[in-house]
Design a protein around this ligand. Structure first.
Ligand code: NAI
Ligand code: MG
Length: 339
């Protein structure tokens, strides 16, 4: 099988441990990736003096595809977040986070939500400043959000196409257009326009963010695909991860015109790094999303099935899920399920 070039960034903290586990599983699965291993984060600061070396950027520019472990954002030193840098560099405008109940007996059954977050606009453009008054240099603070029709359109088209391709039936537009009339009103209006093309295929509804937050907690099973702006999406994506058992199980994808980067939602977990007990499931599921992205839905399905059987039927679980399995033992158990 011809390999698909893809950049691999093991990352910091538990990153290398969960990356090793994920690579073993992808290899056993026969995933078609041909990896270019590159550094980013603290690992890159130590070797290259910069958290996002040119070689890493060049590799992603070439492969347009990356699997990324969590990166520790260096505190101080004037570095901007590598994740934000990657997002702007490759214009990764859609952040996709699926959340599905894996282990029953938790707080909610039957959750199966995909959240699509606009990833580049809104309040995260960083247009902020202070206004001095009297002898207080920071007497007031101003933050402006920016939303463009074009930005709304491309993320909406992505979300509707994703919904169709994945057999989803309903898309909920989440906004605050009753108060932020221009900023999120333009989002609502544009997404509805795009949605008109999908009439009869996907049901469209909209919710105000605060009502949506309540309904997600009362009955998450009523949601299917959620499409929302940057800030609301940041908050809701952690909320939906919490509905289904937390960070160890939550994958994410950052999709753009120039590249697609797949990752676990969680960070580098310095508190458990090096102990061999991190849960590699989120990164493995990110690998499954990556397989789908390159058209190998068959392999993605097999991988998801093996992970689910390992956790649910075999009861092989890492400590964050109440088990005793090490990262490596979990990977071997998934591989046995693939055989
Ligand atoms: P975190 O997600 O690393 O950890 C939060 C808690 O969840 C910790 O108790 C950790 O042990 C646990 N946890 C996370 N992933 C786990 C896994 N796979 N298995 C078992 N337990 C797991 O968040 P925190 O501590 O706020 O951030 C640590 C570092 O990670 C920071 O430098 C932060 O900037 C960075 N970070 C990077 C992200 C990325 O690269 N995408 C995302 C979030 C944080
Ligand atoms: Mg966040």
């Amino acid at each position: 099988m011809n390999g698909i070039p893809a950049t691999l960034i093991p990352g910091d903290g538990i990153g290398p441990e969960i990356t090793d586990a994920t690579l073993l599983v992808l290899e056993a699965l026969g995933a078609p990736f041909q990896w270019e291993r590159r550094l980013a984060g603290m690992a890159a600061v130590q070797s290259h003096g910069h958290p996002l070396p040119v070689e890493t950027l060049e590799s992603i520019r070439r492969t347009r595809l990356a699997l990324k472990g969590p990166l520790t954002t260096p505190v101080g030193g004037g570095y901007r977040s590598v994740n934000v840098h990657l997002r702007t560099e490759f214009r990764l405008y859609a952040n996709v986070r699926p959340a599905r109940t894996l282990l029953s007996g938790g707080r909610y059954e039957g959750v199966d939500i995909v959240l699509v977050r606009e990833n580049t606009e809104g309040f995260y453009v960083g247009f902020e400043h202070y206004i001095p008054m009297g002898d207080d240099p920071r007497a007031a603070a101003v933050s402006s959000g920016i939303i463009t029709r074009e930005g709304c359109r491309r993320v909406a088209e992505f979300a509707f196409d994703y919904a169709l391709k994945h057999g989803r039936r309903k898309l909920t537009i989440v906004h605050k257009a009753n108060i932020l009339k221009a900023l999120t009103g333009l989002f609502l209006e544009t997404v509805r326009e795009v949605g008109a093309k999908y009439q009869g295929q996907i049901q469209i509804e909209d919710r105000i963010i605060d009502a949506c937050a309540m309904q997600l907690v009362l009955d998450p099973s009523r949601f299917d695909v959620i499409l929302t702006t940057n800030l609301f999406g940041d908050i809701l994506s952690d909320l939906i991860a919490g509905l289904v058992g937390g960070l160890g199980l939550a994958p994410g994808a950052n999709i753009g015109r120039e590249a697609a980067i797949f990752e676990a939602v969680h960070g580098s977990a310095p508190d458990i790094a090096g102990q061999g007990i991190a849960n590699p499931t989120a990164l493995m599921l990110a690998g499954a999303m990556m397989l789908e992205h390159v058209g190998r839905d068959d392999l993605a399905e097999r991988l998801r099935g093996a992970i689910e059987a390992t956790i649910v039927e075999d009861g092989v679980r890492t400590p964050d899920l109440g088990g005793h399995a090490t990262t490596g033992a979990f990977a071997q158990a998934v591989i046995r399920r693939l055989a």
